[in-house]
Design a protein around this ligand. Structure first.
Ligand code: PLP
Length: 394
């Protein structure tokens, strides 16, 4: 038996490995606080759950159109009009089983040997993994602490070559919580006019989790000049605490929406029907649960950042979005991986080494603050005790 070489080029997501190790330690009777996870610690709003149950009771048990049921695509288009101020054709929306699938579709659509795809480093690890899978050249661009981990348009534009096929941007960002300022988004959109051969995939999965109220969300959707080569990745996972439902949407240029649908027909046929009805209820129903979660993340951000800055050898800038803090741990004298492993095995705190998100993540750890206040406080206390016991001083 000989498997295809590309299978050896696939990477993974350390968060799932750390989760497995945390569970194994718990099974041995050890207490582990999991700040490694990337999902809201809330339940899906009840009216959304009820909509799925009703859909099942109403007999929605079969296949749906591969690109998603029309009322759901219309609800997405209405939400885009409401929150991003642009009217889009529901036929440009493709419903997929999770935001990740829009990512995989776009990268497969543009990636092949000889082409280059640009992605953020540190960034969501699946970007680089999938680019390598396709045989394209993965070109990471650094996101720096001194810029609040936001991309700088000039830097990105300078890295574009004639071989660049796709530019991936992500704001608010995983793992850093960095949010691109509106001025940088505008500058990048304007600069891309000079590079018409480059498609853009903007991963806006955390668009509803901007944590600074004085900074309204800067999406790429208002830049309609880019619409013939712009792909937007968004979905329900983070906004409505629906990670396990597997539901996401992509906004595509019409021709590419047709190709994305063709790929869907080849791979998964469609998203399960009741989940699509839940998606309509989430978008069209009350939004108070979304704001309730956002307010909780704002509170926990303060707790996490203050606690991290009080630790010896650790400094942390305030993340502007998502639910991750990305402290600088170089002052501890440990590498990111050493500290991740020691904190998990000895202190019972699961975090993710910055290097799991790219080489520019060395010197950082990702702490998710999608956990309750008591768990965050206890975790910070455990980390503090571990650092003190290992003679890390301010
Ligand atoms: N994009 C980013 C930046 C993420 O952090 C995640 C999930 O962690 C995804 C996309 C994928 O989301 P989903 O669970 O909807 O596939």
């Amino acid at each position: 038996m000989q498997i295809a070489a590309r299978m050896n080029r696939l990477g993974s997501e350390s968060a799932f490995e750390v989760l497995a190790r945390a569970k194994a330690l718990e099974a041995q009777g050890k207490s582990v606080i999991n700040l490694g996870i990337g999902q809201p610690d809330f339940s899906t709003p009840q009216h959304v759950v009820e909509a799925a149950v009703k859909a099942l009771r109403d007999g929605h048990h079969g296949y749906t159109p591969a690109n998603g049921i029309l009322p759901l695509r219309q609800a997405v288009a209405a939400d885009i009009a409401l929150r991003r101020g642009v009217s889009v054709d529901p036929d440009c929306i493709v419903i997929v089983p999770g935001g990740k699938v829009t990512m995989a579709t776009a990268i497969q659509m543009f990636g092949e040997p000889g082409g280059e795809i640009m992605y953020p480093d540190p960034g969501f690890p699946i970007y680089e993994s999938l680019v390598n899978f396709t045989g394209a050249t993965a070109v990471g661009y650094p996101l720096l602490e001194k810029d609040g981990f936001a991309f700088r348009a000039e830097d990105l534009l300078a890295r574009i070559t004639p071989k660049t096929r796709l530019l991936i941007v992500n704001s608010p960002a995983n793992p850093t919580g960095g949010v691109a300022p509106a001025a940088e988004v505008a500058k990048l959109a304007a600069g891309l006019a000079k590079h018409p051969h480059v498609a853009i995939m903007a991963d806006e999965i955390y668009s509803r989790l901007v944590l600074d109220d004085d900074k309204p969300y800067a999406s790429f959707i208002p830049y309609t000049d880019l619409h013939d080569r712009l792909i937007i990745l968004d979905g329900w996972s983070k906004t409505y605490a629906m990670t396990g439902w597997r539901l996401g949407w992509g906004m595509w240029p019409k021709k590419l929406a047709e190709l994305a649908t063709k790929l869907a027909i080849n791979v998964h046929s469609c998203v399960n029907a009741p989940t699509q009805f839940a998606g309509i209820a989430a978008l069209e129903g009350p939004q108070d649960a979304v704001e309730h979660m956002r307010q909780a993340f704002i509170r926990r951000r303060a707790l996490t950042v203050a606690g991290l800055n009080a630790l010896p050898g650790v400094s942390c800038i305030q993340p502007a979005g998502a639910f991750y803090a990305f402290p600088n741990i170089t002052g501890t004298g440990y590498t990111a991986r050493q500290l991740q492993d020691a904190l998990l095995e000895d202190a019972g705190v699961a975090t993710i080494a910055g290097t799991s998100f790219g080489s520019h993540g060395e010197g950082y750890l990702r702490f998710s603050f999608a956990a309750d206040d008591a768990a965050i406080s206890e975790a910070l206390q455990r980390v503090g005790s571990w650092l003190a016991a290992h003679k890390v001083n301010k």
